[in-house]
Design a protein around this ligand. Sequence first.
Ligand code: ARG
Length: 466
Amino acid sequence: MVDDTGKAGHSLWGGRFSAKPADLMQAINVSIGFDKRLSSEDLAGSRAHAAMLAAAGIIPAADEAAIQGGLDTIDGEISAGTFPFRDAFEDIHMNVEARLSELIGPASGRLHTARSRNDQVALDFRLWVRAACDRTEAQLRGLQAALVEKADRHAGTLMPGFTHLQSAQPVTFGHHLMAYVEMFGRDASRFQDARARMNECPLGAAALAGTSFPIDRVATARALGFDRPTANSLDSVSARDYAQEALSAATICATHLSRLAEEIVLWTTSQFGFVKLSDAYTTGSSIMPQKRNADAAELVRAKASRILGSLVSLSGVMKGLPLAYGKDMQEDKVPTFEAFDALGLSLAAMTGMIDDLAAQEAAMAAAAGSGHATATDLADWLVRTLGMPFREAHHVAGSAVKRADELDCGLADLAIADLQRLEPRITMDIYAVLTPEASVASRDSYGGTAPVRVREQVSRWKDLLK
Ligand code: ARG
């Protein structure tokens, strides 16, 4: 039956061939090296397909039983690492079928009735991407939980808020961390959206046009956890937009991770000194003994680029491809596998770092009070207390900053006489708003940095993540 010497052409499609492929043909064509990662999806698809074929009376029940038994054996061999993956059989689909033939003989030949590798790979890959989306979503929820936990502890911990990486207004560390909880929440919902759209079963599209056999596509769709079968056979074998969409979601998520990673890199420098990572998440230098590098954060930052590269790579493969299947599409897998491997590792490392990091509250608070970060509070006080138009108040506050710079002190250190020289109606009350504590407490608008608002969001997310 099966002959991998290729003497009479390829054993699985060699009917009209009389010579085996050139070595280079095989080298460029072979995909088993990477699509072996679709093994469990391929087996699941074959099990569902065989069961449906028997139920519909397309193949004899006894052959179906033999096929299921053979697939179980193959499953066991793959788990045990003893399955013979062979380049001669090109891809996972033909490797499984060839092995099935060795195990159960002629009955194996009935499995491919009403099926093509085109709908087979479309199914396997869709199942893989769907599982990757689910895994990623679960990891995102774990990361969010770690962030919420830290934010809860630091709902009142002062730190400088930045724009342009210049000290802008004081915020709390909890508020800053909760910003990422929002981002990762949107990322998780993007994976949910992508999953819902991709959850249609392409099996039964066969090569491209459907099949003349009386198959039951609803049954296979249901058996494989899909909402329904896909509605157009050409689209079924041509579509890879679900993978593009998952990679888009992955790219956006990786972008968010890279921003947090960059902040961890900055915060752990001795210049910032806002957080410390333990030895578990730090590496040393082989030459500079003082070094403690946040390598994991740097790598998360860099992996975002590779994940974006995967999206660009797959989009490039798909661009301009005529319907229906083209072998180009075999190149969908490596970038997608790589991207989700990198994303999975990044999410795990980031969750580990968030759990691990220790906020250096004194350094953060000192920085929160520097850089005249309460200048806006001074202006707001003039507006609120004296009824001054904001533009005018901004001008007065700017003059106060200038005076403080001349005297090399902070705004809160200016004498009342200095302030009154700029605006005679200023009273001692103003000092109450010039501390970072007062500043953050006052920003209690919905979604603001006031500790009460941060705690409100922490408890909302704790409920959502339950
Ligand atoms: N290894 C192929 C892929 O990954 C499977 C489909 C091959 N189909 C075909 N008609 N040659 O896309």
